[in-house]
Ligand binder design. Structure first.
Ligand code: KG4
Length: 340
């Protein structure tokens, strides 16, 4: 059997990443993150695309070298076509297309959100993991998305619930910004929460029909609560930051898990995975582990390296598409918003 070697490229937001997967096994995964956004408290699109331009060549070069493959070994280049920031996507997509022309190999387009889900199928030599059987449910939670996806196969995925306003990660990031903590807020809130009392404060939870989420009410309730307490005591945040972080984190996790439980009951599908940046969160991972231990669900939690944006997941999705001969015309443009 001939080797299938896929170079994956991810540039949808503020991480430039390149990875090589051979026959479903990861050989390298290199990511250049961008610190330039920290002082603005969020990603600045123009700065992101400029940083991608600087990072793309050394990142791809490092991924190929670390994988120990020759560039001529590459069977196809898979890249994120969307959704994401247009200026950021264009850098990765243009680079991938140029490489395909020079190597004479096919281009594979990958939906970033499907990539997050297919990260569950990445294997590493000597660290083989069990993978979810189809169909399974996946809670996809990142800075821009909060969705419950029914995954019927590698290519057949159906969103059965989604946020009607803010995403879970975005909510945590905004609350963290309001508390004067750094960016991105997710990892900072997570660290602080480990030292706090999760029952110290209560915030509004949404009452939305079906499997959809809403986080804007929680965000507003958190901000108004802080504003009111700060008017009485200007040091309120400083004195209570660990308890605030733990209580916010508990509320977000409860909202996510409650809807997911409802979806499990309604579909009868007990295989449940989690993906996306927020899946790095300690309390969310603990909630999944607890359900696995009580045999309520069979859960699948990705290794930390595949939670935030990375090219390994793009290369993995590309590997499946390669086997189906599902290639992308070179004149297909990037899209900032596409469904799963
Ligand atoms: O998937 P991702 O890297 O980028 C996209 O949004 O596509 O997700 C980034 C999000 C940010 O909101 C970040 O704060 C959040 O994931 N995040 C976390 C943690 N690590 C990253 N949220 C909670 N706890 C964490 N440990």
């Amino acid at each position: 059997m001939q080797d299938i070697t896929i170079l994956g490229i991810e540039s949808s937001c503020d991480d430039t990443s390149a990875a090589v997967i051979r026959n479903g096994y990861l050989l390298s995964n290199v990511t250049a993150s961008q610190q330039v956004h920290e002082e603005y408290g969020g990603v600045v699109p123009e700065l992101a695309s400029r940083a991608h331009q600087q990072n793309i060549l050394p990142t791809v070069d490092a991924a190929i070298k670390r994988a120990g493959v020759k560039i001529s070994d590459i069977s196809a280049v898979a890249c994120t076509l969307g959704p994401g920031l247009m200026g950021s996507l264009l850098v990765g997509v243009s680079f991938a297309k140029g490489l395909c022309v020079s190597l004479g190999c096919p281009l594979i387009s990958v939906n970033h959100l499907q990539g997050h889900i297919l990260a569950h199928f990445i294997q590493e030599e000597g660290k083989e993991r069990s993978v979810p059987e189809f169909p399974f449910l996946c809670l996809l939670v990142s800075g821009g998305n909060s969705q419950i996806v029914r995954v019927n196969s590698y290519k057949d995925m159906e969103i059965i619930g989604k946020t009607i306003d803010d995403a879970a990660g975005e909510t945590i990031d905004k609350c963290s910004k309001f508390m004067g903590l750094g960016y991105p807020g997710g990892p900072i809130i997570d660290r602080l929460a480990r030292q706090g009392n999760a029952k110290a404060f209560s915030f509004n939870k949404p009452h939305i029909q079906g499997f959809d989420y809403s986080f804007s009410g929680l965000k507003t309730s958190f901000l108004y609560y802080l504003r009111d307490r700060m008017s009485e005591n200007p040091d309120f945040i400083e004195q209570n930051k660990a308890d605030l972080a733990a209580s916010l984190e508990r509320t977000v996790v409860e909202v996510l898990i409650d809807k997911l439980s409802k979806a499990v009951k309604a579909t009868g599908i007990r295989r449940v995975a989690v993906a996306g940046g927020v899946s790095a969160n300690t309390a969310l991972r603990q909630a999944f582990v607890a359900r696995h231990q009580s045999r309520t669900w069979q859960t699948f939690i990705p290794p930390f390296g595949y939670t935030t944006d990375n090219a390994a997941m793009i290369a993995m999705a590309g590997y499946f598409k390669y086997q189906d001969g599902d290639f992308c015309p070179l004149d297909k443009p990037a899209f900032s918003r596409i469904a799963i």
